[in-house]
Design a protein. Sequence first.
Length: 273
Amino acid sequence: MPTYAIGDLQGCHTSLLRLLDVIRFDPAADRLWLVGDLVNRGPESLDVLRTVRKLGDAAVSVLGNHDLHLLALAEGFGRTHKGDTLDEVLAAPDRDELLHWLRQQKLAVREGNFLMVHAGVLPAWTADDTMQRAAEAEATLRGEHYRDFFAQMYGNAPVAWHDGLHGIERLRVIVNAFTRLRYCTAAGEMEFHHKGAPGTQPAGWLPWFEVPGRRSAEVTCVIGHWSTLGLISRDDLIALDTGCLWGGRLTAIRLEDRQAFAVHCPPLRHPKA
């Protein structure tokens, strides 16, 4: 049963179908790992949600920042951003079923030596810590008070984790790490503004996966979120956002042997959009 991890879709349904043809995906025998950001900025978010949901147990997705943005907007929280393409989902006759399904998705998935999150893992967290933190936030998202979380989800503070955090501050650090993290300090203080490739960041910040002594290096972290990284496949990291939305590629890696597959994508957005 091969497992194919696929980079950020962001509403690029046509490219997804082309990639599934390339890998000859068989939902009865194969599995997909989707690194999050199923929706937004691309033109076919509704089709993506319907297709992935229809795949059932053959597809596993983690939540990305754009997925959480959709869920918050649907509950009346946050504000629409320039470039959002979520209106079709919000107006769909099956929106409630799709949004309920999306809210049940995980923030972290671990199987064997692979750990999938959308963006990153704080340097002090082991793989076991990561799964425990994810379970805390997932329980809130699936629980009866999930609207309270969305009402307070947006914000950059606190910028660092400590075990004494509780309530919304604890949840916000967890969710920000899993869905927004790119750079942090060696002490784990997160920075959310710089999106450029490693080497372009301000002094004092490191890609989260380059922090010395990072405790999740014991497993292979499978991520998306960071299109300027390009494709990375090394022992401790697989990065899969290869910029489909910006006219790059949509990429899949077969986890069992690390073979990569890709399709070229039409430019749907300018990188600065």
